[in-house]
Design a protein around this ligand. Structure first.
Ligand SMILES: Nc1ncnc2c1ncn2[C@@H]1O[C@H](COP(=O)(O)OP(=O)(O)OP(=O)(O)O)[C@@H](O)[C@H]1O
Ligand SMILES: [Mg+2]
Length: 276
């Protein structure tokens, strides 16, 4: 939950276009408060990943153009050098993507991959590294023993692999974690477990999360606020309650209407997403 600081953790106003194409993001303005879970919801192609990549400075500069500002920790991310961005990525801002098994290197043991992620931003002893790896694995409810650390990605379930990626992302206790469709490839039970894990980590560490999804129903349980992205513009942003109880924009209403409803024995209709 947001902790009451008045200064947002991240405040952005950006426009982005890829070479030779009309703008993908048009003057998109949003803020992420410290400790907040902000959902970014929009259909495929609306520009969600472009927005995530803009924050992380991962857009290919030769083939894209970005205008505006992204203020994070008192610096404008768009003005940082590649070296400064590298120091920030994976440490202050971390990313978790959709396909855990393709995001992990199949040829390397989990121990090696976690170690590399830790060494990228820390210079402590081997013992410090092992301690950090075990703590991160415990935080995502995975076994933190040698047997598990010796595993290869192919020896894990997709849910376990996603937990490993989340462990990697939280190794350096980032202030902001960006989850881009991080549960979209998972079955519903695993999806719900990983969503709960994100919420738990947000509560226990105070880390803010930008939770990106095409699925409004799936974000309902974990987001404090939701921003709706439609054709490259944020058409509505409000608390999860407001978006579900009183969606203002026509497109948000359309998204809401697309969520399956369940009927209780008393005859009341409830959105499946908010029924728990
Ligand atoms: N590197 C690129 N070069 C040119 N166009 C791109 C590039 N990356 C994305 N686009 C285009 O920009 C638009 C937004 O893409 P983006 O990947 O940001 O959408 P998205 O909301 O993340 O979609 P999805 O839900 O499918 O992941 C799309 O029309 C896409 O084709
Ligand atoms: Mg995307």
């Amino acid at each position: 939950m947001a902790d009451g600081h008045t200064q947002p953790l991240l405040s952005a106003q950006i426009s982005v276009c890829y070479a030779g194409k009309p703008p993908v993001l048009r003057d998109v303005k949003f803020e992420i408060q410290r400790g907040e879970v902000l959902g970014l919801v929009g259909q495929s192609g609306s520009g969600k990943s472009t927005l995530a990549m803009s924050i992380l400075g991962l857009l290919d500069k030769k083939h894209s153009h970005i205008e505006g500002e992204i203020d994070f920790h008192d610096s404008d991310l768009l003005k940082l050098s590649e070296r400064e961005l590298r120091a920030l990525r994976g440490r202050a801002i971390a990313l978790v993507l959709q396909s855990p098994l393709s995001s992990l290197n199949p040829a390397l043991k989990i121990r090696t991959q976690l170690k590399e992620a830790w060494r990228a931003h820390a210079s402590g002893s081997g013992e410090d590294c092992i301690h950090a790896m075990r703590t991160a694995l415990q935080n995502v409810s995975l076994p933190a023993d040698d047997d598990f650390l010796r595993k290869y990605p192919s020896q894990m379930s997709v849910g376990q692999a996603q937990r490993v990626l989340i462990a990697m992302a939280i190794l350096h206790r980032p202030a902001l974690l960006i989850a881009d469709e991080a549960t979209s490839a998972l079955d519903v039970i695993t999806q719900s477990e990983i969503l709960s894990l994100f919420r738990e980590l947000n509560r226990s560490t105070g880390m803010a999360i930008l939770y990106i999804s095409h699925d409004l129903a799936s974000v309902a349980g974990i987001c404090d606020r939701i921003a709706i992205l439609h054709q490259g513009a944020i058409v509505e942003c409000g608390t999860t309650q407001q978006i579900f109880d009183d969606p203002h924009h026509e497109y948000t209403q359309k998204l809401m209407a697309a969520i399956p409803r369940i009927q209780s024995s008393a005859g009341n209709k409830t959105h499946a997403a908010t029924a728990r």
